[in-house]
Write a protein that binds this ligand. Structure first.
Ligand SMILES: [Zn+2]
Length: 300
């Protein structure tokens, strides 16, 4: 059996780093005045995540589809205040909840020029974990770094804060992979990037190019089916990664989509899921469920 993880990075609309700011700024807000840019809350736009994710969320709920959400704490906090009914819909037992920073911080300051001190990073991840646990009344065990960038302290910090796994590292592979345990005892669930010379060409398993109109849905479906067919090891996994706002917002054109376009993007993902469900021997799941079902790894 091959596991498929649907992973949603649930963040403010197109979170981008800005020089001089530790928090991310929504791309649609980047032309705003300094007062807005310096405010982590005011610089967060969540319209795309709310409007864009609405239809696919209904599909997930209707199918009770296991999905993992890595929440940017600011975004889910804003949703709890402005759209409590949306928060309720996200609060399903078959949805796993993880952390994706508080304000989508560039932990190493690669693009902001503002790296976080280790204590600052600890406090921030702790605050994000506690807020998400409070909002969903559940324990959070997984982490995905904003921009997939870990600092040299992050994994140790996660361990100290009681996280069980991280999923912020790319691994080149043309088939399903397995998690591994790192030096701190954290379990890493890498994200696949296919080799350039493979049949799938160089494909990150993020659906970014699909929603930006750079890859066709049939090509994406075929690539995932190829990944499954190449997979030989029982209980290995493939993750499908996406952003909450990407159904409704185009980064390159810096514009929001119409309802019709949101529907089209939603249908793309539904088609991918439906086609994969037809493949024998696959199983939609989450990293936490994988760990529960493959208990051995925890004692490694
Ligand atoms: Zn993100």
């Amino acid at each position: 059996m091959i596991y498929i993880f649907l992973c949603v990075d649930f963040d403010r609309d197109a979170a981008f780093p800005v020089i001089g700011h530790k928090h991310a700024v929504s791309k649609p807000r980047q032309a705003e005045i300094q007062d807005i840019l310096t405010d982590p809350e005011k610089s967060a736009e969540i319209q795309g995540s709310i409007e864009g994710f609405d239809q696919i969320l209904s599909f997930f709920i209707q199918k009770k589809l296991p999905t993992v959400f890595y929440f940017e704490a600011r975004t889910i906090d804003l949703i709890s205040k402005r759209h409590p009914e949306f928060l309720e819909r996200l609060n399903q037992t078959f949805f796993e909840k993880g952390v994706h920073g508080y304000d989508h911080e560039d932990l190493i300051g690669e693009e902001t020029g503002m790296p976080l001190e280790s204590q600052e990073e600890f406090n921030l991840i702790k605050k994000a974990k506690e807020r998400i646990e409070e909002l969903f009344s559940t324990e959070v065990t997984g982490f995905r770094a904003p921009y997939m960038r870990l600092s040299e302290n992050t994994l140790k910090t996660l361990m100290d804060l009681g996280f069980v796994y991280d999923s912020s590292i790319y691994q080149e592979s043309d088939k399903a992979i397995n998690p591994y345990s790192d030096e701190h005892g954290m379990i890493e669930f890498p994200v696949i990037k296919t080799p350039k010379e493979s049949l799938m060409k160089g494909m990150y398993t993020y659906l970014w190019p699909l929603f930006e109109g750079k890859r066709e849905i049939n090509e994406i479906v075929n690539n995932y089916i190829q990944l499954i067919h190449n997979s030989t090891e029982d209980n290995s996994y493939i993750s499908i990664n996406l952003h909450s706002w990407h159904f409704a917002y185009n980064v390159e054109q810096n514009c929001y989509f119409s309802q019709k376009e949101i529907r089209k993007n939603t249908d793309f993902l539904i088609k991918l899921i439906t086609k994969l469900e037809e493949v024998e021997g696959i199983h939609f799941s989450t990293p936490k469920l994988w760990l529960e079902e493959n208990e051995l790894l925890r004692t490694m």
